[in-house]
Each structure stands twice: as C-alpha cells, then as structure tokens.
Design a protein around this ligand. Structure first.
Ligand code: ADP
Ligand code: MG
Length: 696
C-alpha cells in the first residue's frame, strides 16, 4: 500500500519531530508532498572549491577553511557592532561580516571547519583582502553523512531561524528515501515521450540531489531536464484546469444577442469624441462574439487611458437593448464609485436605469434589480457573492486592473447563470503570455491611445527639493493650468508616518492663500466626490489634493501637472495609472515624484522606470521583474493555484507546451475519464479554488 504523501505529516520523517515540524511549517512545508516540491533555490558545486588566494571580486564564491578568529568589532562612530569571522584555508584569509548581529558569535568557535559562500568584496578600508557580507555558512562535521554535504553538488534550500541549511538537507535526504517509491506519475506516458521529459521519481531525486555528471550552472538556471519535468507538471495542471473551464463553458448554452445597435448609436452621438480605430475593432470583435449562441468570455487589454470603459459600456448597451441586465464590477469600492460617477449621467440621459451597489451603499433596490427594473448595476466583486439576484443578467464586465477573473467567472458558473463576460485589464502583458495565462479567455487588445495624448515629463525629487516643486506648481497655475497632488493615505498613521492628504491640503493653503484648493478622498460619498470633480473639471479648483481615488477615470485636459507625494510607497502600476490622468490636453504635462529617503532598491527601480518611460508595456515588464509573477498577476488574491516550482516568465516555453498538451487532452476527453489518476491529481491541485468539472 502506498502512503498518501499529500496528507502524511512531515513530523514523522526521521530527524524532524514536533519542534522542527513547526519550523518547517514556517517554510510552507506541512506534508511530505510539500517537502518534495520544496526545491533548492540554488546549487553549490562543492567538488572543486576555490582556494582563497584565487577568489574573484564581485563573484559568488564558496570556500572551505578553518576558523581562526570570531570576534565582535565595535565601531564607535555609529555605534555599529560587527561580528567578524576570519577563515583560513592555507592559501589566504577570508573575512565574513555580519552587521548588528552580535548574537552570531554564539554559532562559531575557533578551530571549526566551515563552508562560507557569498559575493566576494574587497576590504573597503584597507583596499585589499577578501570579504563577504552576511555569508551563508555551513559547518563541516564528520557525522557520517558528509557525502550529502561536501564533495558534491550541494542543494541549498531556503531555511528559517533554528534550522540550518545542513539540517534541512539531511531531512530532505531522509524524506526522499522514505517516500520515493510511493510517488506515482499521473502524467500520461505519451505526453512525456512527446516532450522528451523524464520520469517523475528520477526528476524529483535529481532536482534535490543532482547526479554527479550534472552542471551546477544548468541547475542554477532551472534548465536541467529533471527540473523542467517538475515545472512542466505544475504548468500542465494549471493549463489543464483552464482548459477544463473553457471546455465546460463551450458546451453550455449562452445568450444569443441580436441588437440593432440603436442605443450604441445614441451613445456615440452624445460622446464628445469619436472612437479610435482600435476601439472600433475591439467592439466589433465583441459584437460578433455576443451574437454567437455560446457564452462569451473575453479579455480586453489596453494601456491606461486607451478607453476600455467606453467599449465595455457599448457592449452593456447592446445587452440592455436586447432586454437583458448588465453588471460592471470593479475590484475595489473606489474603482466602482469612479466608474459609476463617470458613466451614470450619460446612461441616465439615455433613459436607462443604473445603480451603484458597494459595501457602503445603504440603499439597495434589490427588489427592483430582481424584477428587472434596473438595467445596469455597478459594484464590487461582492455583487455576485452577496447574492444580489438579477432578473436576467446578460453581460458582466469585470474591471480588474491586474487580477485574474477566473474566480469570479467560476462563481458565476456555480450560480448557474450564463451571462457573457468581458474582463478588462490594463496590464499589457505579451500576447503569447496572455493567451497562455488567460487560456480560457478570448482576447482583444486596444493598442492605440485617443489622439492628443502627449508623453508626460516625469522627474523624481527628494524632500530637499520641495521649494522647486512648489515654484513649478505656482508657475503652472499662473499659466491657467490645474494641478493634482496625490497622497497615499487620508490620515496620519503613527506607524508609517505618512503625510496625510488633509495635512497636505492645509500646508498648501498656507503656502498659496490666493489659490483654490480642494480635497477629495475615499471616505467621501460618491455624490460628494462627484461634486468636487465637477468643480475641478469646470476650472473652479486650482489644486486638487487627493488620495488615490483619482487613480482612475477622471478626465480634465487642463490639468497638466501631478505631484505624487511619498511616491516611493506606490506600486509601479499604480504610479502609471495615476500619471495617466495628466497629458490629456494640448500642452506639455509634468509628473513630479516626491520620494522620501531612505527607500529600498525596488522603490528606486520603480521611480527610475517612471522617469524613463511612458510606455505601459515596458512598465508592465519592469513591474513583473520587480514583483515577480505571483504578485504581479495577483494570482494569489484571486484564488488561482499557487505555482510552487514553475515560473511563468522563466518557463514560458514550457508553459506553451503545457497549454497545447492540456487543450489536446481536454479536447479529446473533456472529463478526463481515460486518466482517472490525473483527474484526481488535477482536482487536488485546484482544490478549494474552483469547481472544474460541473458534473462529477
Ligand atoms: P481606461 O482604458 O484606462 O479604462 P478610460 O476608459 O477610463 O480608459 O478612458 C480614459 C479617458 O479617455 C476617458 O475620460 C474617456 O472619456 C476618454 N476617451 C475614451 N475614448 C476616447 C476617444 N476615442 N477619444 C477621446 N477620448 C476618449
Ligand atoms: Mg479604466
């Protein structure tokens, strides 16, 4: 009888026990299966370790040697305590330094043999010698399993306080010995053959304890066939789930819309502009899709300000014209408010009933919605979760910025309604990647901005340069223009000491007593916000101080300058969204990023990227680099399965293979009847996320 590895507690593995089990759970390892997929983050070739005298500056190096001193050095200048380790291997000396961690001393004794690794630096004070700051270390001990740790390619696992790299390696070794025979491969043989992928057991073993011939560089790039096999598995499960969803939808009936387009024409008459070619093309694609008898699931992608909302609105009008209701859902209340503010006047002018429902709306005409008296409902994602009942919901538009809509769409399916779905995203990810990631969606892109948009000149300032900023603001206003000032929070919080918008507004009033300054923030009611925005649009306000509520939706061409305070605290996508509010008129616009030091490397990268480019595509790429895929795509919040070993950027080629294989398999056997093990595994992979197979 095989063991059930996904339920077998790690605690019972040799060398673990209750105490270490707790430590391991900090690393996300609770079961044997968790541990199997807890891969090394790095591999160290310990077969020919470099002599200290041959170390290269700036390189990641590993040395072994004997500790000849281990002392705490105090620097009186800034009260800094440095723990300093000096190691000799007979060819030279290497210093390891830990700053403000005097407790490190407890770990070391003179005479011990250690392995140290890290980036080698020159001693900055003396101008020669070798040093490593915060080196990784491991003791060489003769405890019978030295073969695991030295003279081989050693796997290096991320560990946690109280559990050394060496201990974790030993645990991993015991664990694999214990369970390797019980690992069963559920990926069909032909798929492995076709893609030249090795078996699962050997792949797991070789990814943890690589065989002798392996090249450490290849392993560190994640490019060994064994690692690739494990990445493939995960991506395959991911794509298989998406394919199953798509298939499930295709066999369900959808609504056949056949509008004459009267309402759309009416809207276009009211709008003060005409559509861009890209908007028209995408709208045509949507119309074709809505006329077909199965459910539409389409992603509209386009940079900030390209005009996605209007296109979505036109689709909603088509639904309404055919006698259906439509819902527009945003990920946050603020965004929902903003959409409502932007569209409700035009909509009402056309004689259509629209209503806003968010967590804070008290009046909820639920009966009216259920009876079909309200045509369009705007709200947050909770709209569908909170059980608002529609009479005949025909189209759902999801404005989700960066998030996956899989969860929401799956929820819709579960409620057994089959409306068409449009998902809008401002994340300009490469087309192939989008196709694979949103594998269950059709895809349209608005790749053109409305005419008259000009690149915004963007500069980063520190807090010492405020007087220049204030002068620029005042000059701009003297030219008859208007200015946005954006703060990240509305009230001073003790912990973070953010400059609040309220205090900021008062400061501006003192500085510019002759100017009209107003405040807009997220705790105002939609009506209050709308009133302020109307005044700003009319030119009756010079400086609009705000929290991030203006992130979306407002369009004031005469506003030509934006100051973002504490810019170091904003995410890249958010900065780009904000900046999209200026640069809409004929004159040159400016975005000033006021950043308070000290801030980290990532913040610096974000600010630099903003100063460098206005191109949403490049910004998204950079954002992806900085934040990493999981966070970037918001898969975590949206309830997508977590990718533990694969990386959609690094492994994009495998992702494509996985997608093709997945859709072939689902295409020929939609319920995976021929591969019951795989189906079981798939359901486990997506467990608690969504229901993949509606009938089972
Ligand atoms: P996003 O794609 O970022 O959601 P919006 O739909 O909010 O963009 O549109 C941004 C602004 O551009 C809105 O104020 C909208 O009225 C305006 N807009 C949309 N389409 C056009 C167009 N074809 N010509 C001029 N302005 C447009
Ligand atoms: Mg938008």
């Amino acid at each position: 009888m095989g063991k059930n590895l996904s339920e077998f507690s790690i605690q019972y593995i040799k060398g673990v026990g209750p105490q270490r089990a707790k430590l391991l759970s900090n690393l996300g390892i609770k079961t044997v299966e968790d541990a199997i997929y807890y891969l090394p983050y790095r591999y160290e070739d310990r077969r020919n370790i470099r002599k200290i005298c041959n170390l290269r500056y700036g390189q990641l190096e590993t040395v072994t040697g004997k500790i000849i001193s281990a002392d705490i050095i105090k620097l009186h200048k800034n009260n800094l305590k440095i723990f300093e380790l000096i190691v000799s291997d007979g060819s030279g000396l290497l210093k390891g330094k830990w700053f403000n961690q005097p407790f490190m001393k407890r770990n070391f004794e003179v005479g011990q043999e250690v392995i140290l690794s890290g980036i080698v630096k020159m001693n900055s004070y003396r101008g020669f010698g070798f040093e490593i700051d915060n080196p990784e270390y491991e003791f060489i001990a003769d405890d019978g399993d030295a073969f695991l740790h030295t003279s081989r390619i050693a796997p290096i696992y991320r560990t946690t306080a109280g559990l050394s790299a060496r201990q974790l390696r030993t645990i991993m070794f015991n664990l694999l010995n214990f369970c390797i025979e019980d690992i069963s491969d559920s990926v069909p043989e032909e798929i492995l053959k076709r893609n030249r992928l090795p078996g699962l057991k050997e792949s797991i073993l070789n990814s943890h304890f690589p065989e002798a011939e392996t090249d450490a560089d290849i392993l560190n790039r994640g490019a060994s066939i064994y690692q690739q096999r494990l990445y493939f598995d995960e991506l395959f499960m991911f794509e298989l789930g998406l394919s199953a969803l798509k298939k499930g939808r295709e066999i369900e009936n959808g609504i056949t819309f056949s509008p004459k387009g009267l309402l759309v024409r009416k809207l276009l008459d009211i709008l003060p502009f005409s559509l861009t070619a890209a908007q028209q093309r995408v709208f045509d694609e949507i119309c074709l899709n809505m006329k077909r008898p199965y459910q539409m699931n389409r992603l509209i992608q386009g940079d900030v300000g390209c005009g996605k909302t209007i296109v979505a609105l036109m689709a909603m009008l088509n639904a309404v014209e055919c006698g259906y209701q439509a819902a527009l859902m945003a990920p946050t209340e603020i965004l929902a408010d903003q959409h409502y503010i932007n569209i409700h006047k035009i909509i009402e002018e056309m004689g259509i009933k629209i209503f806003l429902i968010t967590g804070s709306t008290k009046k909820r005409p639920l009966d009216d919605i259920a009876a079909g008296g309200i045509n369009i409902v705007v709200g947050t994602h909770t709209l569908i979760q909170e059980g608002v009942e529609f009479k005949n919901l025909g189209l759902v538009v999801i404005d989700e910025q960066h998030r996956f809509g899989v969860m929401q769409r799956a929820l819709l399916r579960k409620k057994a309604v089959n409306p068409d779905v449009l998902v809008m995203t401002a994340t300009p990810i490469p087309r192939t990647l989008a196709m694979t990631l949103y594998g269950d969606l059709d895809y349209s892109v608005i790749d053109e901005l409305p005419p008259g948009r000009r690149p915004v000149v963007t500069r980063v300032f520190n807090s010492g340069q405020k007087s220049y900023i204030y002068k620029s603001i005042s000059d701009e206003i003297k030219k008859g223009r208007q200015v946005y000032v954006v703060y990240p929070l509305i009230e001073e919080t003790e912990k973070t000491n953010l400059k609040s918008a309220i205090i900021g507004k008062e400061a501006f009033e003192k500085m510019f007593p002759e100017m009209k300054i107003s405040l807009i923030h997220g705790r105002m009611s939609p009506q209050e916000k709308e009133d302020v925005m109307a005044l700003f649009k009319k030119g009756a306000i010079d400086i609009l101080v705000s929290t991030t509520v203006i992130e979306v939706g407002v369009d004031v061409p005469n506003a030509s300058m934006m100051l973002i305070v504490h810019a170091e605290r904003f995410g890249l996508a958010q900065l780009h969204q904000l900046r999209g509010r200026v640069g809409r008129g004929g004159s040159q616009s400016y975005c000033f990023l006021l950043a308070y030091e000290p801030y980290g490397e990532d913040a610096k990268k974000r600010l630099d990227t903003m100063a460098e480019t206005n191109d949403g595509f490049r910004i998204a790429e950079e954002d992806l680099n900085i934040r990493g895929p999981g966070e970037f795509f918001g898969t975590r919040q949206a309830g997508m399965p977590d990718l533990k070993v694969a990386n959609i950027i690094r492994d994009v080629r495998l992702l494509e293979l996985a997608k093709d294989e997945a859709s072939d398999l689902i295409g020929s056997d939609s319920a995976l009847k021929s591969v019951p093990d795989l189906r079981k595994r798939l359901e486990q992979f997506w467990k608690g996320k969504i229901e993949l197979f509606k009938t089972s």
